[in-house]
Each structure stands twice: as structure tokens, then as C-alpha cells.
Design a protein around this ligand. Structure first.
Ligand code: EPZ
Length: 415
């Protein structure tokens, strides 16, 4: 099993280009299933998850190829509306094919995603919404079987602004009969871009970027091309690596997507310079402890919570981090403790006492963002850290060791 070895304590310096957003390209790739055609998607990160999504599209009958950051999808011969367990269990986002496939074929079989590293992740909002649109659902052998002669527009209110449910139901509704209104929707930039892509395909979605989407069903959809937005979570991860380890400039970003994160980093004493499509960070002498509570966009993203905890483990006093999106997303804490971090978790809150120094040790990745937190901590720790199960980080970060090598880190991958 491959591992990453990091020799900490090096001061980082330099620039890094941020890749396309994983959580935008996955629903966009699913949306190509809505109609026959040839699609070109630019600025796609080469990740395990984008490769998994290509496999999933091929299982439905699509043809895909990937070269130099561009993905081509030909959905003319899609004829198998199915997402099997062995793929869905490796990537929850496979569930995104539910909406497009039932819209195009009137039936679909998708494996129920299991839990994930940090606990159950239900899909009840997706299923309730589909039933409201007129689908009949059955659960058989761990698969959702959904059928609908016709999807009829309706009002759907989300209990929580779910990113996945907003995306899935928007895709199901674009060709439903009449008007579908989604309330308390997710406003994450990745969902905004998905809705923009659907409109380029010929859909009629209003209220994009707000928490209420009004979707008037259309008859026809066509193929379309799109350039994926930069990955704000990768960007935030590198900014936090800079806050602990040195001066970094991140290029190819949309600063507006990171406003809450850069404001929080300024509170810790970091110097932040924001340009049109780049952000520079200079760390302070002493990193101030700053409390943080996650929120849906435009709040502080839960996908940067683990990285923030790593940062605060070396801050000058105590801080409190609460995750209101996922109440049990703390699998990174025991691993950070192995490096010497002083953190206590109670329910969905981490109480962090900053320490003067972390010391390298063998640690284990448990999910994409927990791995990123371990990278940030290992880069600052004294001595050598060995990170195992790095297939997690390869799911969500493109060429991560090359990018850190380019910043002067002492990092290598060993198989
Ligand atoms: C997306 O997951 C992201 N994944 C996650 O990023 C991210 O952490 C999450 O949104 C929150 O921002 C992708 O976009 C592929 P949700 P998703 O539905 O859609 C509850 C990463 O590291 N909920 O917004 O699954 C749920 O339990 C990944 O890139 C229900 O109760 O998240 C959670 O508490 C990790 N029922 C909250 O809503 C449902 O039917 C938010 O989940 C759906 C969600």
C-alpha cells in the first residue's frame, strides 16, 4: 500500500495552481446522462473520483475519454440506467446519476450509498423529493429501484440545504411536466455551476445561486461544453498549509468562494493579499487561536474543518471548532493526537489547546479531508511523518505531492 513520507519543518515558498473543483465536475458529469450527445468538460482534475465517475458513465453505456484536463463524454448509446454497489460504495457521488437517469429513462437502479468514514450519510431528501415528483421507489438488495411514467413538477422543501439532494432533484426536475420549486436549497458554488450547465443544455432554471430554485420543465435538452470552476476546498487547504509553513501564492482561484476562509485566516494574524484570480498568504510569528463553526455556503465549509483543526493545534492558546453540517466528522483527531496535538471532542465540537510543537509519527488517512489535515500538520511537525491509506487523498487532490514539492516541502510517495 502506497504511503507519503513528509519530513517536516521546511519553510514553504512559491506558487501553486489550483485544479478544477471535484464537487462541481462530479454532478456535471452525471448531468451528461440527461440526453444523447457529445459533451466536452474542461479543467477537470485527474482524481480517483473523476476516474470512478467515468467508469460509472461507461457502465450506463456512455463513452468517455480524459486527456490533459479535458473529459469527453458521448452519451448517444446510454442504455443501462444503473449504478452498481461496487462503484457507489467507493464514491457516494455516484448517487448523482439517479436524477438524470430517471429523467431520461423513467426508471433507474442505483445502489444505496453506505456510510462513510465518519458515519451515516442518509439520502432521504433525495428519495422523498423523487417520490414527490411522482416516482415509485422500492428498496431491493441494497438498491433503490425508481420508476416514473412521468415526473410532475411540484414544491420541495429541504429540511437542510443538502448539496447532493439539490443537485440530484434539479437534474430530475429539468424535464418534469410543469414547474418545480426547490426551497432551502444548497448555494454552494458547485451547485450553482451545475445549474448553469443545465441551462446551457437548454433547461429553464431561475434563482440560480439563491436558496430557492424555480425549474420550468422543458421538452428538449442538448449536449453542452463547460469549464469547471476552481476547487475552493483545495485552495483553502493550501492556504492553511501556508498559514503554518510559509509564504504561498495560490493561482487560478475565485476569491469570492473563499471569503469566509480568508477572513478567518486574517483573524489568526496571517497576511492575506487577494487579487482577481489569486491569493497570497504570509504566516504570522505566532498563530492566534480562533474559534470556528462550520456552515453551508457562504459560511466556513465543513470540508475545511479538519484542516482548520490541524492549524489550530499549533496556535497560541485554545480554540473551539464545531461542525454543524456533520456532527461526527472528527476521525482526524486521534491521528493528529499521535503527532502531539492536544484536542478533546465532545459531540460535534473539538476543544483544541495549541501546543508549541508537533512531532512526526506514522499516521493513517481516514477520509479525503482528514488526510489533508494530516499533510498540513506533518509539514509543520518536527521529524518524519508517514501517512498511510493515501488512496483517500488521491480521491480529492490532484498531484498533491508534486504541488507541495514545488513549494519546497520534503515529501515523497513510497509504494
Ligand atoms: C457534498 O456531500 C460534498 N460531496 C461533501 O464533500 C461535502 O462535505 C458536503 O456536500 C457538505 O458540503 C460532493 O459534493 C461530492 P449534503 P453531500 O447532502 O451532498 C444531511 C468532500 O470531501 N443529509 O450537503 O453528501 C447529511 O447527513 C466531500 O469532497 C440528510 O440528512 O452532503 C449532512 O448532515 C465529503 N439527508 C447534511 O445533510 C439527505 O438526503 C449535508 O449533506 C442528504 C443530506
Amino acid at each position: 500500500m502506497a504511503k507519503i513520507i513528509i519530513k517536516g519543518g521546511k519553510t514553504l515558498n512559491g506558487e501553486v495552481k489550483i485544479s478544477g473543483a471535484k464537487n462541481a465536475v462530479l454532478p456535471i458529469m452525471s448531468a451528461t446522462l440527461l440526453c444523447p450527445g457529445k459533451f466536452t468538460i474542461y479543467n477537470v482534475p485527474d482524481l480517483r473520483d473523476t476516474r470512478t465517475m467515468m467508469q460509472l458513465l461507461e457502465i450506463t453505456g456512455a463513452k468517455t475519454s480524459f486527456e490533459n484536463g479535458t473529459v469527453w463524454v458521448d452519451t448517444n448509446n446510454v442504455n443501462n440506467p444503473e449504478a452498481p454497489y461496487d462503484l457507489v460504495k467507493t464514491m457516494r457521488a455516484s448517487f448523482y446519476v439517479l436524477g438524470p437517469l430517471i429523467s431520461r429513462f423513467g426508471k433507474v437502479q442505483v445502489s444505496l450509498p453506505g456510510g462513510c468514514a465518519w458515519g451515516p450519510r442518509p439520502v432521504d431528501y433525495h428519495l422523498k423529493g423523487l417520490e414527490k415528483l411522482g416516482a415509485n421507489l422500492d428498496l431491493e438488495g441494497g438498491n433503490i429501484l425508481a420508476e416514473a411514467d412521468e415526473l410532475i413538477g411540484c414544491d420541495i422543501h429541504f429540511e437542510f440545504p443538502s448539496v447532493g439532494a439539490t443537485g440530484n432533484l434539479a437534474m430530475a426536475a429539468v424535464r418534469a411536466k410543469g414547474i418545480t420549486r426547490l426551497f432551502n436549497c444548497a448555494k454552494e458554488p458547485e451547485i450553482t455551476q451545475l445549474c448553469e450547465f443545465l441551462n446551457i443544455m437548454g433547461a429553464n432554471i431561475k434563482g440560480i445561486g439563491t436558496d430557492s430554485l424555480v425549474i420550468e420543465g422543458v421538452k428538449e435538452l442538448n449536449h453542452a461544453d463547460i469549464t469547471v470552476i476552481p476547487d475552493r476546498i483545495e485552495a483553502g487547504t493550501f492556504l492553511m498549509a501556508g498559514a503554518l509553513n510559509g509564504e504561498i501564492k495560490i493561482n487560478n482561484v475565485i476569491p469570492l468562494h473563499l471569503e469566509k476562509v480568508t477572513n478567518k485566516l486574517i483573524e489568526t494574524g496571517c497576511q492575506i493579499t487577494i487579487n482577481d484570480d489569486s491569493i497570497s498568504i504570509t504566516p504570522p510569528e505566532n498563530l492566534k487561536s480562533v474559534d470556528m463553526t462550520t456552515a453551508v455556503f457562504p459560511g466556513f465549509p465543513t470540508d475545511l474543518q479538519a484542516q482548520w483543526v490541524a492549524l489550530m493545534s499549533l496556535s497560541d492558546s485554545s480554540s473551539i471548532v464545531t461542525d454543524i453540517v456533520y456532527h461526527d466528522r472528527f476521525s482526524h483527531i486521534p491521528e493528529l493526537a499521535r503527532l502531539g496535538a492536544n484536542i478533546k471532542v465532545e459531540k460535534n465540537t473539538a476543544f483544541i489547546r495549541g501546543v508549541d510543537q508537533l512531532v512526526g509519527a506514522p499516521v493513517m488517512s481516514t477520509d479525503i479531508r482528514a488526510s489533508a489535515a494530516l499533510f498540513i500538520a506533518a509539514l509543520a511537525a518536527k521529524g518524519e511523518t508517514e501517512i498511510s491509506r493515501i488512496y483517500h487523498i488521491d480521491r480529492g487532490y490532484e498531484k498533491i505531492e508534486q504541488k507541495f514539492l514545488g513549494l519546497g516541502a520534503d515529501i515523497r510517495r513510497v509504494s
